[in-house]
Design a protein around this ligand. Structure first.
Ligand SMILES: Cc1cc2nc3c(=O)[nH]c(=O)nc-3n(C[C@H](O)[C@H](O)[C@H](O)COP(=O)(O)OP(=O)(O)OC[C@H]3O[C@@H](n4cnc5c(N)ncnc54)[C@H](O)[C@@H]3O)c2cc1C
Length: 240
């Protein structure tokens, strides 16, 4: 079990606009100690208003691997309370991080063959898992279906391509709202039973992990049930 940390003072070290709506944030602890977690877990990120001392905390899935010196997140700018603050954040700004939380955990030793089903920013925990597989050279066999609305919404596109040549990973991206002239020539449409069979014909041998918004997670479970995958072979993490 990872050791807990509470209200750990962290500063923003990087902000990268990954897509029109999603910004990548990296935070590093001010005391330079590493925060313990397992790939797949999430933390609470809190901002404390210096004037009023009001604290606003929200959950975010960790995209970095446990051995990296920073915590990385992919945050959809939905113009809510914390994301509005993050939209105007600056490198060096201080936040407080508490965790880790969650049962959506990946152990490279236990699940040798896996199927990852990611929807939008639901890619985050899978990036943590993929980076861990690479850093440990654990050799897991990974098939990933990653669903985005538009081609420009793919997060970490070049890193995913690079990982595909470094570890045993096959990523299949599907665009659910292709537009005329968007240049997308790849797979389109929502992930369903047929798509799972096409890209992961050996799905029955794989432990399946699902992460994304509520309607995405439900649709994935329905597709897997239709294929006869028992619920104990499915792990899911949902937000929204
Ligand atoms: C386990 C877990 C993991 C998560 N991981 C991630 C992650 O990796 N990445 C990620 O992006 N999110 C993640 N989330 C969601 C995240 O915790 C927040 O809910 C999200 O960032 C919105 O927070 P907020 O304070 O900006 O919005 P809130 O203020 O809490 O508002 C919630 C919703 O209401 C809408 N809203 C708020 N104010 C207005 C307004 N004035 N007018 C219209 N609509 C409004 C917002 O658009 C938002 O959709 C996760 C959630 C959970 C539970």
């Amino acid at each position: 079990m990872p050791a807990n940390f509470a209200d750990k003072s962290c500063v923003i070290t990087d902000m990268i606009k990954e897509t029109p709506d999603v910004t990548l944030f990296r935070f590093e602890p001010e005391d330079k100690t590493r925060m313990d977690f397992e790939p797949g877990m999430f933390v609470m990120v809190a901002y404390v208003d210096p004037a009023t001392k009001e604290k606003t905390a929200r959950a975010f899935s960790i995209a970095s691997a446990p051995s990296q010196d920073f915590l990385e997140f992919y945050i959809s700018m939905v113009h809510g309370k914390l994301t509005s603050r993050l939209e105007n954040a600056k490198v060096g700004e201080r936040y407080y991080i508490t965790g880790p939380y969650g049962q959506f955990k990946f152990s490279p030793d236990a699940d040798r063959k896996v199927l990852f089903l990611a929807g939008g920013t639901g890619l985050a925990p899978f990036m943590s898992m993929l980076r861990e597989i690479k850093l440990l050279s654990s050799g897991n066999d990974v098939s990933m279906l990653y669903s985005v609305k538009y081609p420009n919404e793919v997060i970490r596109k070049s890193e995913l391509a690079e990982l595909g040549s470094q570890i045993n990973l096959k990523t299949h991206i599907t665009v659910t709202r292709p537009q005329p002239g968007d240049g997308w020539t790849g797979q389109t449409g929502h992930i369903d039973s047929e798509m799972i069979k096409r890209y992961a014909p050996d799905f029955a041998e794989r432990m399946t992990y699902i992460c994304g918004p509520l309607n995405f997670a439900q649709a994935m479970k329905d597709a897997l049930m239709a294929l006869g995958v028992p619920s104990e072979r499915i792990k899911s993490d949902v937000w929204g």
